[in-house]
Design a protein around this ligand. Structure first.
Ligand SMILES: C[S@@+](CC[C@H](N)C(=O)[O-])C[C@H]1O[C@@H](n2cnc3c(N)ncnc32)[C@H](O)[C@@H]1O
Length: 828
């Protein structure tokens, strides 16, 4: 008789091509250790102390006071090499007995599950399925539902009822295992009658479902039946409509339609409903007009935010009579949009009789076992009905989590700390701008590193912080306000187009020493604070918002027209328009512009009016919090550049499902090369550039360093990416198969160090330990195959930092940091 396993042991599968690639890159042993580490959260939580507001010691003292009984004071400590980082030491995985749940179970989304593993409670939008009859105060076993392969759409529809005969389930005394899965319900699953009409026109498609009956949960004595009212759904164009009965698969989905998936949920920890912007960053384009994209992304971001953080949904697909975007309502996205639409209208499969061992009967049909996916014993704060009806709020709190995190963050005064992964703190420290510097943070939202750079600069100088969407730029502004930082200028801009050129200038991107058409001028250092007080932080519960290094992950299993279109849009989101047109390689002047187009503003007004009509208080206007100003600068405008690049996020943990495909990884690298091309020009001669990612993929790390050195090496030097030095060295040689751009480049001399490496290694070691000596005379190495995946020489590898998630002593997310100094102007 199968039941709930008290061991947390998720079986995370990878895209086969990505797995083969990573096994080739890391070796089998290291890949397996890394993959295992990625499926679990780091045991440490890092609080970066805002030294503009308080001191590290003050934070340690207050955090220890907040610990409460049962916690050793030693679980709060200052990091020995990073004085502004206070570490909270957690533990796990612990074995949990689920007997007390009495057979009751709640299944939550993958993202909500990952948040739980990092210490967060569960908010209503993250709940997918609940045992019939669950009432407030009940103990339940908490399991995580998987997503459909290659998509973010959960396999279990939100609103599903589990028929687990809660009242009769019993725990097995000997091992604490409670059988939740084999008791076959005697209730009758009602049928769903759906009439589907799909009308496709050139610009719209209409799907109508007239649902006469919905899945009900006729458990004897239970009053909790799902909502039956239909949901009116319209497309973004306003002409598609879909009547969905809640309970119809897809009708209640609150899954993130932006396809983020790259969220590091650290900032949702213990913060209650506070939003973690970084958990929400990395939204992708969805193939609509620019105006439409803005609105729909914002809504989708709100949905994803609600799922992980409990923030109020500005839109709902589960509220009767609501009109929402068709894609949102269906949870439709990307390659599987068409498939999802069809699946969404299909009636649940009839229950087999009898159920296979370990399976659970549900209103969606039989569900497979969730072995290894249980994340703790929780107490219901809402009843089953409330969990599905609520569009915000705490649904479940953890009583016995599989991973324990010291409860010290939430009670700290606002603006004292922000949760930030340790390697991210390191990346900003490595750039180390002096007070008064002019810094460009090319991809800045939600502002974790920008605000730390400001802190390092004593809030003196100017940090121009770019990101791609209004919503994200608002996050930077709000975080800066919360932390009391005034030297950040946040703007909506495509960093890949941030290089200003004279009108009509069509220079190809090339690298050569010598003069460039723009005379390098002494840098004007702005001292005017740009983030004005009206953006100041107004609440206290967002004090820990902002985990970083977020970007969505997606995968396309094939290269159908749909997928290509998706990748193209994704490229746009990356700022990589190379897939769209040749303009990508011809930088053009980006005109100064207002932050919101008339069309976008009107749409925003309509959206807000509709929200007010529905009794929802709209959030503060996005327009109000995004300052306007230049989005492009002449070459050599900045003393320092941080390129914390959008990436595949393959270093984030925990990940209970790995969805990225190989094509996506290559797309990431292409986007990063484009951003590098802009970065090298915007930096002044003598200035420094830090390149960082939160992925373990060498194609986005060492290969990008190789690209920069090969292309711009006569004007750029790789220098030690420290202090502090916490990570491992980079990868040497090249990938055995050299897979790039869809072709297999024949292998592969062995990954050995180059001839000059011996003396260089010695020199590097010497320099790396000498604090303050930043520039090293690294000879520019051999030119690599431009499309191949060549990595680093041993000497170069010693200069970068690769944070390996399987490095148990460090126990961080996967991350990469490299630093360069510009020696000469880049022409073109
Ligand atoms: C890794 S996250 C940045 C995290 C941030 N540096 C921090 O520490 O808080 C990458 C960011 O790049 C942004 N992005 C992607 N493409 C961009 C582009 N072409 N221009 C500017 N920002 C971009 C994404 O929106 C995302 O917020």
């Amino acid at each position: 008789m199968a039941g709930i396993h008290k061991h947390f042991q998720p079986n995370v599968t990878w895209d086969p091509e990505v797995e083969a690639y990573l096994r080739g890159a890391l070796g089998n042993e290291r890949f397996e250790a890394t993959a295992a580490a990625l499926s679990q959260p780091p045991r440490i939580t890092c609080m970066r102390v805002n030294t503009l507001r308080t001191s590290t010691q003050e934070v340690v003292t207050r955090a220890r006071q907040l610990l409460g009984s049962g916690w050793d004071q030693g679980v709060v400590r200052v990091h020995p090499q990073v004085p502004c980082a206070v570490i909270l030491q957690g533990s796990g995985p612990h074995e949990v007995s689920y007997s007390a749940a009495g057979g009751r179970e709640v299944i939550i989304s993958r993202k909500a599950g990952e948040a739980v593993l990092r210490g967060a409670p569960v908010f209503a939008p993250g709940v997918l399925a609940v045992s019939a009859g669950v009432a407030r105060g009940d103990l339940v076993a908490l399991a995580v539902g998987r997503e459909k392969p290659g998509s973010d759409v959960p396999e279990i529809t939100r609103g599903t009822t589990l028929y687990t005969a809660a009242t009769s389930a019993t725990g097995t005394a000997e091992d604490g295992i409670t059988d939740l899965t084999t008791t076959t319900t005697t209730s009758t699953t009602t049928t769903t009658t759906a009439t589907v009409t799909q009308i496709a026109t050139a610009t719209t498609s209409i799907t109508t479902i007239s649902s006469t009956t919905c899945c009900t949960a006729p458990v004897t004595g239970s009053t909790d039946t799902p909502d039956l009212a239909p949901v009116q759904v319209t497309t973004a164009a306003g002409s598609d409509s879909l009547n969905l009965a809640p309970g119809t698969p897809g009708a209640g989905s609150h899954e993130d339609d932006t396809g983020k998936g790259g969220e590091d949920v650290i900032a949702s920890l213990r913060e209650g409903p506070s939003a973690d912007p970084e958990a929400l960053s990395g939204g992708r384009g969805r193939g609509q007009g620019e105006g439409d994209k803005e609105g729909s992304r914002a809504e989708a971001e709100a949905e994803a935010e609600a799922e992980v953080t409990g923030a109020a949904l500005p839109d709902s697909t589960s509220q009767p009579g609501r009109t929402v975007r068709r894609r949102q309502a269906l949870g439709v996205r990307r390659c599987d949009a068409r498939i999802s639409t069809q699946q969404a209208v299909a009636p649940p499969a009839p229950p087999p009789s009898p159920l296979a061992p370990g399976w659970t009967q549900s209103s969606q049909g039989p569900l497979p076992p969730r072995t290894g996916m249980y994340v703790g014993l929780a107490r219901a704060v809402m009843s089953r009905q409330e969990m599905f009806r609520a569009r915000e709020g705490l649904a479940l709190e953890l009583v016995e989590p599989v991973f324990r995190v010291p409860p010290a963050v939430g009670g700290l005064p606002p603006g004292w700390v922000m949760l930030q992964n340790l390697p991210s703190v390191v990346a900003a420290l490595v750039l180390n701008p002096a007070p008064g510097s002019r810094v460009l943070d090319m991809c800045a939202a939600p502002g974790g590193k920008s605000t730390l750079l400001a802190q390092i600069m004593g809030d003196e100088g100017e940090i121009v912080a770019f990101d791609r969407t209004h919503a994200k730029v608002s996050e930077i502004v709000s975080l800066a306000g919360e932390l009391g930082v005034t030297c950040i200028t946040a703007r909506k801009a495509d960093a890949g187009k941030a290089l200003e050129r004279p009108t009509g200038h069509q220079a190809p991107i090339s690298s050569a020493a010598g003069q460039h058409p723009f005379q390098s001028q002494p840098l004007p250092h702005s001292s005017a604070p740009v983030v004005a007080s009206e953006y100041a932080f107004t609440g206290c519960d967002t004090s820990s918002k902002g985990c970083e290094e977020e970007f969505g992950s997606m995968s396309c299993k094939d290269e159908t027209a749909n997928c290509k279109a998706l990748l193209r849009r994704q490229g746009e989101e990356f700022g990589d328009t190379s897939a769209v047109s040749a303009e990508a390689t011809t930088a053009t002047r980006v005109p100064e512009r207002t932050v919101m187009s008339d069309k976008a503003r009107k749409r925003e007004e309509r959206r807000r009016a509709a929200m007010i009509q529905r009794g929802i208080t709209p959030p503060e206007s996005r327009d109000a919090s995004v300052p306007s100003g230049p989005t492009a600068y002449p070459p050599e405008s900045f003393d320092h550049v941080l390129l914390d690049a959008p990436c595949s996020a393959l270093g984030l943990r925990p990940r209970l499902q790995q969805q990225s495909g190989a094509l996506y990884l290559r797309q990431c690298a292409a986007a990063q090369r484009r951003l590098v091309d802009a970065a090298v020009r915007l930096l002044r001669v003598g200035g420094s550039l830090v390149y960082s990612t939160c992925t373990i993929n060498p194609g986005e790390n060492e290969a990008i360093v190789r690209y920069l050195l090969d292309r711009y090496g006569s004007n750029f030097q790789l220098v030690p990416a420290g202090p502090p030095f916490l990570g491992r060295q980079g990868l040497v040689g090249h990938h055995p198969s050299m897979v790039e751009a869809g072709r297999l480049i024949s292998p592969a001399e062995p990954s050995t160090a180059r001839a000059e490496d011996a003396w260089m290694t010695a020199a590097v070691t010497q320099v790396a330990t000498a604090a303050g000596q930043d520039v090293l005379p690294v000879p520019v190495p051999v030119v690599s195959e431009p499309n191949g995946e060549e990595w680093l020489s041993a000497a170069e590898a010693a200069l970068v930092q690769r944070f390996d998630p399987s490095d148990g002593d460090l126990d961080t997310i996967g991350f990469f940091v490299a630093k360069f100094v510009k020696l000469g102007a880049v022409v073109g």
